[in-house]
Design a protein around this ligand. Structure first.
Ligand code: G3P
Ligand code: MG
Length: 250
């Protein structure tokens, strides 16, 4: 049983119970303004999105390392400058009604959050080899862009990116992302001074959630699309559910 720290219990947690995965889940092209539109439509108050760096160090939203799946561009995102990226279509792959949707910058996302009163979980999703600079610039950017508003929750699967974010903006809350929670999770979250632990719901159990929460951390479970499963996780004490089905989980 992990005990001995009390990191998150006293840390502010001004977030709702539900967060829309990749802005609007499966109802819109992921990580775009159309996702924010869907969020507003379904009354969601928080979005998760993936942030990375262009070749010329502009922070923008994209999940994959490459452009091919969700835009009409090709190859590694890190090889393209922002003027090249913003010219791409990031909506057509999801349906004709989304043709012309552009990739948003982190600043665009901050503006939408402010306009619609939506909180953010910014997942730092560095392109390979760019972990530290992406963590640093996302944290600095988030600090400046969200000034005076609910602080965005920063998360990452990359230890190095989250460590860089901690060093660049210690005041911003951090959550370590795992798929399956490793045995040494407490050491990792302690080093990063996290307020939350984020894990795939598939590998969570009631005792594990209890153990994590007993350490003072909040728990986010992703990606939960079945309302019955979401209710069970909430009963176990999971603090936040990240979902693609913002139309089903309300
Ligand atoms: O933050 C939860 C979730 O977004 C992590 O997985 O691959 O969808 O970014 P992924
Ligand atoms: Mg993500």
């Amino acid at each position: 049983m992990a005990t001995g720290i009390d990191r998150g219990s006293s840390a502010p947690w001004p977030y709702p119970r539900l967060v829309a995965h990749r802005c609007g889940g499966t109802l819109a092209p992921e990580n775009t303004s159309a996702g924010f539109d869907a969020c507003v439509r379904y009354g969601y108050r928080m979005v998760e999105f993936d942030a990375k760096l262009s070749a010329d160090n502009v922070l923008f939203l994209l999940h994959d390392d490459t452009l091919d799946r969700t835009t009409n561009g090709h190859g590694p995102a890190a090889a393209h400058t922002w003027p090249e990226l913003v010219a791409l279509d990031a909506g057509a792959w999801r349906g004709a009604e989304f043709v012309g949707t552009r990739l948003p910058t982190l600043a665009d996302a901050a503006e939408r959050c402010a306009r619609d009163g939506i909180a953010a979980n910014i997942e730092i999703k560095p392109c390979p080899g760019r972990e530290v600079i992406t963590g640093t610039l996302v944290a600095q950017g988030a600090l400046a862009l969200w000034q005076g508003r609910t602080p965005p929750l920063l998360s990452s699967f990359s230890f190095d990116a989250l460590a860089a974010a901690r060093d660049a903006a210690p005041s911003l809350p951090r959550g370590m992302l795992f798929e399956q929670v490793p045995a040494d999770w407490l050491r990792i979250v302690s080093e990063l001074d996290c307020v939350s632990l984020h894990a795939s719901h598939r590998y969570l159990s009631e005792p594990l959630v209890a153990q994590i929460r007993a350490s003072g951390l909040r728990v986010l479970a992703y990606t939960v699309n079945d309302p019955t499963r979401a209710r069970l996780l909430a009963q176990w004490g999971v603090d936040m559910i990240c979902t693609d089905r913002i139309d089903l989980l309300t």
